[in-house]
Design a protein. Structure first.
Length: 133
């Protein structure tokens, strides 16, 4: 793999981690919302990635879709809430805050690692150019 291909691989990985961070942020932003029925409650969303081969063995990452969690909404008894159903329940999203925070840290570190890969590749290319001096 050439150094130029390293930029492609790291760039696609950075794009993937950015999408992952955005979905995690969306899940966290909606974690405290409520709805009047389990069907209307926000469902945690997670990206689905696939490795892609490009040309001479260089790989990349593409987002192929979004997985919506099938965990049930959390019922909370709150009869005074304007969105409460006939039985006095509102329904909270199935967002697991601990999992989302771990996912956010993981995506952030993966992004940082790929930035370092790009910086190292750039430095190696610059040193190669200086060999001819």
């Amino acid at each position: 793999m050439s150094l130029f291909q390293a930029f492609d691989v790291a760039g696609s990985a950075m794009s993937a981690q950015s999408k992952r961070l955005n979905m995690t942020a969306s899940n966290l932003a909606n974690a405290n919302s409520v709805a009047g029925s389990p069907e209307e409650a926000y469902k945690a969303r997670h990206p689905v990635f696939q490795a892609v081969m490009k040309g001479e063995g260089a790989a990349g990452v593409n987002m192929t879709g979004v997985y919506e969690s099938e965990a049930p909404a959390k019922a909370r008894y709150s009869p005074g809430h304007p969105l409460a159903d006939d039985k006095g329940y509102v329904y909270a999203p199935n967002v697991n805050l601990v999992e989302e925070m771990v996912d956010m840290i993981s995506a952030s570190r993966s992004y940082q690692t790929n930035v370092e890969i790009m910086n190292t590749s750039k430095e190696m290319m610059m040193r190669t150019l200086q060999l001819g001096k």
